[in-house]
Write a protein that binds this ligand. Structure first.
Ligand code: NOJ
Length: 460
């Protein structure tokens, strides 16, 4: 039977704003998501992350859950404004915040679970947004982000050896500054490119710092997580074949090409023209090669047709209905939830061929349709999620055992049903059902399945 090597890291992922709650406790300052959620009509069920899954208080319960699932690793993110409530390099540090994440990392290690830590999962301190426009201000944000990263390396680097700078910069820049549907809710056709550029620079400078001052002492590695769904041409017409390539460049290449190769993709340059900032020679020396691995978040595959009005994807149209009317796979709660394991395999092969970096699948998951309306027993028997993960886990084995693709880890999204951004609590991605009224956690059937599957498919 094909297996992953013994050091393969598997586990589940979460993010600070989606699970912690205690938004105004423990000395935490507000983030742009606290502000955004309070704007009328932004969150489908009118909710926010004030309480979330209350994991700031129930972190020990969460670690026990992870332990019961037999995971080897846990990916969580640090809330910047819990460590530095106002965010900036001259602002006070919050010792309670430092203590919280240290205790969490220690408890994970005590239980044999390796921490994978994301520095930035979208919750920019509101203080920095108010002071100078946050991600729009290159000079200030790069310095403040690097200062925050340094605080994390200093405070947790003896315990944490796996660092992820940003989670999904495409979402940060396109949904936050182009479509305006995520915090901070800006709608612009220039800002997303400035923000994306500054995200890349901040990432690269944090990596430079880690490599120069911490790596040799702490012995960890650091990279970035990008998101992409495999892009399949809708049919074999030349324009749709080209559209699928453009889809990859607009979603992934716009970050991956500068970071791994040192330039923006031609297809992006052609469409964006002089709205695309240019890296100076000096910046490029920091940016090119600035990731030790490829962190990938992926949920589904999409069928791509040329044409449309959406600049975030390069004016293509995506869907999951084939020309003959059939679906790419079982459909879940939202458009990123369509079961298509072959696309996952193709994407992994594409990444290895294009960027030649070790790959960590830092998120992969499925929200079952209408789960929020199901009874508890129905929700726990999550057969569509099972179909999804069984397909995806098996699809990952092929590239590793047959094609020589070095996938080193896999994190299911998510440990818990949590605050799913603009969907509020209605969309449930968790492998653990959370009763949001009582905060009681109930393992779904699938959690047990994955635990057994990985136990069987990793070399003992
Ligand atoms: C990716 C994001 O990183 C995560 O925060 C989100 O909940 C999942 N996708 C599901 O939409």
């Amino acid at each position: 039977m094909a297996r992953f090597p013994q050091d393969f890291a598997w586990g589940f992922a979460t993010a600070s704003y989606q699970i912690e709650g205690s938004a105004f406790e423990g000395g935490r300052g507000p983030s742009i998501w606290d502000t955004f959620c309070k704007l009328p009509g932004k969150i489908r069920d009118g909710s926010n992350g004030d309480v979330a899954t209350d994991s700031y208080r129930f972190w020990k319960v969460d670690v026990a859950l992870l332990k019961s699932y037999n995971v080897k690793a846990y990916r969580f993110s640090i809330s910047w404004s819990r460590l530095i409530p106002l965010g900036g390099r001259d602002d006070p540090v919050n010792p309670e915040g430092i203590a919280f994440y240290r205790t969490l990392a220690e408890e994970l290690l005590r239980n044999g679970i390796t921490p994978y830590v994301t520095l930035y999962h979208w919750d920019l301190p509101q203080g920095l947004h108010d002071r100078y426009g946050g991600w729009l201000n290159k000079v200030e944000i790069v310095k403040d982000y690097v200062n925050y990263a340094k605080l994390c390396f200093d405070s947790f680097g003896d315990l944490v050896k796996n660092w992820i700078t940003h989670n999904e910069p495409w979402v940060i820049s396109c949904l936050g500054y182009q479509k305006g549907v995520f915090a901070p809710g800006h709608k612009s056709d220039t800002e997303p490119w400035i923000v994306a550029h500054n995200l890349i620079l901040a990432h690269a400078h944090a990596v430079k710092l880690y490599r120069e001052e911490y790596k040799s002492i702490q012995g960890g590695h650091i990279g970035i997580t990008l998101d992409c769904h495999w892009q399949i041409p809708y049919d074999d017409s030349p324009e749709n074949i080209e559209a699928a390539k453009k889809g990859i460049d607009f979603k992934l290449g716009r970050f991956a090409d500068p970071i791994y190769k040192g330039y923006y993709p031609e297809r992006v340059k052609q469409i964006i023209g002089d709205r695309l900032p240019v890296f100076t020679e000096e910046e490029l020396t920091v940016v090119k090669g600035s990731s030790d691995f490829f962190g990938l978040n992926t949920y589904t595959s999409q069928l791509v047709k040329e044409g449309g009005t959406d600049e975030t994807n390069g004016y293509i149209t995506v869907g999951h209905t084939r020309p003959d009317g059939t679906q790419l796979g079982t459909v879940g709660a939202k458009n990123i939830c369509v079961v298509n394991p072959p696309g996952f395999r193709s994407l992994l092969n594409y990444l290895w061929k294009t960027y030649e970096k070790l790959i960590y699948v830092t998120e992969n998951g499925f929200a079952v349709k209408d789960e929020h309306q199901m009874s508890l027993p129905e929700a726990l028997h999550d057969k569509d999620r099972l179909e999804y993960f069984e397909g995806y886990a098996n699809a990952m084995l092929g590239p590793v055992s047959e094609d020589g693709v070095p996938v080193k880890g896999y994190f299911g999204w998510s440990l818990l049903d949590n605050f799913e951004w603009t969907d509020g609590y209605e969309t449930r991605f968790g492998v653990t059902y959370v009763d949001h009224a009582t905060q009681k956690r109930y393992p779904k059937e699938f959690a047990r399945f994955l635990s057994k599957w990985f136990t069987e498919h990793i070399e003992p």
